[in-house]
Write a protein that binds this ligand. Structure first.
Ligand code: SF4
Length: 299
């Protein structure tokens, strides 16, 4: 797959020393990142900038999304030390914007919401001024689980719809498009100050019209921010890449999304849901950070 990628995926090589330092820090604290678990193409760039999206509740997921490289199976018990370890990592990396996501834990009574709450609380108590963004699973539609996370007051709640509803049975079995929209809608209704965010991968077989329809659905659910990026197949066993979307087409979706009413949209081949999350959030607050897909060098 790598050898056949369009030229716009060309990236600067990661600095091996920085990668080793980051991996050592995370291993030492028994922490996982979605950057490594999902084989994110931006891992070198993010680790070089000493940022990462922490993956809590283990690295084994109970769902079987066909696009996702995260391990699937029976998860291990929840690590009670995880919130403390995550705080230590945030302190060592001096993070002022902290992104936390998780595998889906359908085996837990609250879907893991209480662990999100513990992590948000420990960060709020010890990292004054830090912005916390949580990229949450759907908690199987549990309003109580969502309410607990909202009440912990992260600044941003992100939940990805990932793809268009027609492709859910093939791409996201176990998930439900309406349930995901409802979760975003509820999160905003529970606390209007929380910024809501979602994301889509393009190139899974969706049509252009379907992409725009999903964008409209998300706005109807009061979603503030959107990320659009190119799907890349993690291995031959995963869902195939049906097409590569050009940077120009991504720009057109950004324009459409702005017209529809999103506060801001990051749309480019290498955009992922938490890539440059601080810059996207800064746009909401009126700062003028660039949202260009960085490190992408044209050859
Ligand atoms: S629920 Fe999330 S972590 Fe689990 S397989 Fe699907 S995309 Fe991957």
């Amino acid at each position: 797959m790598r050898g056949r990628l369009p030229f716009w995926f060309k990236q600067k090589p990661a600095n091996p020393k920085t990668m080793l330092t980051m991996e050592g820090l995370l291993d030492g604290l028994s922490l996982h990142t979605i950057c490594e678990s999902a084989h994110c193409p931006n891992v070198g760039d993010c680790f070089s900038r000493k940022t990462a999206t922490f993956l809590i509740l283990g690295d084994i997921c109970t769902r079987r999304c066909t696009f996702c490289a995260v391990k699937k199976g029976h998860p291990l018990p929840v690590d009670e030390e995880e919130p403390q370890h995550l705080l230590e990592a945030a302190e060592k990396l001096n993070l002022s914007y902290i992104v936390i996501t998780s595998v889906t834990r359908d085996d837990l009574f609250d879907g893991g919401a209480s662990q999100f709450v513990k992590v948000i609380n420990i960060l709020r108590e010890n990292r004054a001024g830090a912005i916390v963004e949580v990229l949450i699973p759907d908690f199987h539609g549990s309003a109580e689980a969502l309410k607990a996370v909202v009440e912990a007051r992260p600044q941003v709640i992100n939940h990805n719809v990932e793809t268009v509803p027609r492709l859910y049975p093939k791409v996201r079995p176990g998930a439900d498009y309406s349930r995901s929209l409802e979760l975003l809608f509820m999160a905003k209704n529970l606390n209007l100050e929380i910024i809501t965010k979602s994301g889509l991968m393009l190139g899974l077989g969706e049509t252009k019209e379907e992409i725009v329809e999903v964008m409209k659905d998300l706005r109807e659910a009061n979603c503030d921010l959107l990320t659009l990026g190119q799907y890349l197949q993690p291995s031959p066993k995963h869902h195939p890449v049906v097409r590569f979307v050009s940077p120009e087409e991504f720009s057109r979706y950004r324009d459409i999304g702005k017209e529809i009413g999103f506060i801001e949209i990051a749309a480019a081949p290498l955009v992922r849901s938490s890539f440059k999350a601080a810059e996207l959030y800064a746009k909401v607050k009126g700062d003028a950070h660039s949202l260009d897909s960085p490190s992408v060098t044209r050859v």
